[in-house]
Design a protein around this ligand. Sequence first.
Ligand SMILES: O=C(O)CCC(=O)C(=O)O
Length: 287
Amino acid sequence: MNTWLDLACYSGNNITIGRINIALYLLHKGENLVLTSEQIAQFDTFGFILMRGLFSQGEMKSIEDGFETIMVQDRGRKEYRGERQSLEPFAEKEPILTSLADDDRIYKPIEQLLGSGFVWEGSDGNHYTGDTLWHPDKGGEAVRLGYRQIKVIFYLDKLSKDDGCLRVIPGSHKEPLHSSLLSLQNRDNDNFGVSQSEIPGYPLETSPGDVIFFHQSLFHASFNGGEGRRMFTFVFAERPETKEQISYVSGFSVSFKPRRVLVDSDRPRIRQMMEPLVEIGLEVVGP
Ligand SMILES: O=C(O)CCC(=O)C(=O)O
């Protein structure tokens, strides 16, 4: 969508003609935000979409505060010293972060990509340090079942290809490319004859406020990153319907758990993301 609206403003005897971009206006208002058919085609074909400037710098400040509150508490209030720190569940612990999942800017694109009845699979928070080698989050069974799981990523620091931004291999969420890349996970295997960082990948350079939506079977990695890159994610998945899908989601130990704080949330959309999990008989866990 790229629609311009001409505006006329009257002040005394002067008329000012201005133009605003409706797409940008709606984006900042967070209203009626829907993916275009081109964006949906991008996601289906390449396995990701990067949406720039989805959250303002003011909003990012509150989000950052929520992130730090959880991380500092997890470290027993100790100063951060550059170590790798990963926590799951994460956004469930701070209402300001939880509420992002039912914000139109996240909820509506996810509903379009996963269909109604999608579920909250999980959330994690991380300080990443050093390289992350090539991997998909969900391979094997998820790919075989064609079961769609989407990660929504917020990086809280500006990252470029020279200092550890996420790289993806477009189209690797699908066969046959997906299976041809599985050997990249064998760290000792040099089967393409180049180092991990030389494998061709697309750099998703981001600034705080940008959001990445990616298919979890997509191969991704990061290289040349410094210490403590701050990032948190949500993972959403299609409503599990077939016997095989139900058995797949029931097999996770931390993800796909109906969490008490979400099942009893005062936000209808959040409760709705838990309902299909409760309906298939998964046990509600606390808190
Ligand atoms: O940012 C990174 O270094 C890696 C991110 C990643 O692997 C993930 O989110 O699954």
